[in-house]
Design a protein around this ligand. Structure first.
Ligand SMILES: [Zn+2]
Length: 430
């Protein structure tokens, strides 16, 4: 079998065949020959036999073992009556891409699962190549009908670049997908979503969840007046945790710790006992404080024995803070009880919070009194599930993974790639 035939079989490209094989310092370069007398195609669908000019181009393809592989071919520019002077499309690569479709698909599949720096290192390409591939894949694969059939949506903001910039994100509660991402957290940004949605689809909306910010509420009231505005459970619980934090700061007494963390499985560390002792002494208050914070933050159902003991100790030594923790847990129950009881339950919770005389909890009660309707609407419309929270925490992961998303466009593309309902097939999946 001829060597070119071997590579033809391996590559399996349509519309081109391997005519030369060269080992260079860059790796293996496979020269491609296109069908003679072919029509040159523009992206818009126009095709012609007349070319404007021609040049040689290389595309990075998936490695063969540890060897980098490049495809090289002549590529024509054509004068398209609609688009002007354009490079012809080739079957193995996207327009203006320097990597083949297969290579970019692998980038995208990996980028859905790991950070871009690792993807770049694994595939031996630049971070920018990963970034560019992600954007091209999103442009190619993002479902165009994603704004159809929306009934219950959530709007939220996320900050990036240390909180100096924001994106507005709209998600579909019924599919759990992100359907719209745009720069800024302004009325105009959210209005842009309704412009894209159009009046007919806006009329279909039954519920819009959001936080208590005054930015999105008036827009929702104006553009979809029939939809119930709901306070995102995720934000309510976040407020409760923040109130609990303030209560702890106002009343920082840490209860005496239940004896050393129960960790009978691991034997004592072999370090010198004297040194251990000093370290433990120095860090003890800080550690106790951290442990208490973690214990307070975790839900009652997730408490480990250790943390449960800490909360019980709190009851005896810092009743105020214990009370604040109890109130937080009772507020979480609002989203677990039967919806028809929610109204009464929340009213009673607000009364209890006011009576607690804990300033942070009273502030929270004032806030929930103000947004009583919106809080209850979320429960009654069945939006108390943790889907919104799920999306929110996934976005945080994307953000954390992307350390150094150079700008909103990169972050937006990653959010769409991971949460926009894009399914990528690996070239090895047939
Ligand atoms: Zn064209």
């Amino acid at each position: 079998m001829r060597v070119t035939t071997v590579f033809n079989r391996i590559l399996g490209l349509s519309g081109a065949s391997v005519c030369s094989v060269d080992f260079t310092t860059d790796g293996l370069v496979l020269g491609l020959r296109r069908r003679r007398g072919r029509r040159y195609r523009c992206e818009c669908g126009f095709s012609t036999r007349a070319r404007y000019d021609i040049s040689r181009r290389r595309w990075r393809h998936l490695d063969f073992g540890a060897t980098k592989v490049w495809l090289a071919a002549d590529i024509a520019r054509i004068a398209c009556p609609a688009c002007g002077i354009r490079t012809e499309t080739v079957p193995w690569a996207r327009r203006n891409a320097r990597h083949t479709r297969d290579f970019q698909d692998v980038i995208g599949w990996l980028a859905q699962r790991m950070d871009k720096t690792s993807v770049a290192r694994l595939l031996r390409c630049s971070w920018e190549a990963v970034d560019r591939a992600v954007r091209m894949l999103v442009a190619d694969h993002l479902p165009t009908d994603r704004l159809d059939g929306l009934y219950r949506i959530g709007v939220d903001e996320i900050s990036y670049k240390r909180g100096h910039h924001y994106l507005t994100i709209v998600c579909d509660h019924d599919t759990g997908r992100v359907v719209w991402v745009t720069k800024d957290r302004t009325r105009k940004a959210f209005e842009g979503f309704f412009t894209a949605l159009g009046p007919d689809r806006s009329k279909q909306l039954t519920a819009i969840t959001m936080d208590g910010s005054p930015i999105y509420m008036p827009v929702a009231a104006q553009k979809a007046p029939q939809a119930a505005v709901c306070l995102d459970p995720f934000h309510v619980i976040k407020w409760a945790n923040e109130a609990l934090d303030r209560a702890r700061q106002a009343n920082p007494a840490v209860p005496p710790l239940p004896a050393a963390p129960a960790n009978p499985a691991s034997p004592a560390a072999p370090a010198s006992p004297a040194k251990q002792h000093t370290v433990a002494q120095v860090n003890a208050p800080a550690r106790a404080w951290r442990r208490l914070k973690t214990a307070l933050r975790s839900g009652a159902e997730n408490l480990t024995d250790d943390r449960r003991a800490l909360i019980n100790a709190l009851r005896r030594h810092n009743y105020q803070l214990f009370r604040a923790w109890t109130l937080k847990e009772q507020l979480r129950d609002l989203y677990r009880i039967p919806p028809e009881q929610a109204r009464r339950y929340l009213r009673r919770w607000i009364t209890r919070a006011f009576r607690s005389t804990i300033p942070a909890m009273r502030q929270l009660a004032t806030r929930l009194k103000k947004y009583f309707q919106q809080t209850i609407a979320a429960v009654e419309l069945g939006l108390s599930n943790s889907r919104a929270e799920g999306i929110n925490s996934k976005i945080r992961v994307i953000q954390r993974r992307g350390y150094g998303h150079p700008g909103p466009d990169s972050l937006t593309a990653m959010i769409y790639l991971c949460l926009g309902g894009i399914t990528l097939n690996l070239p090895t999946q047939t």
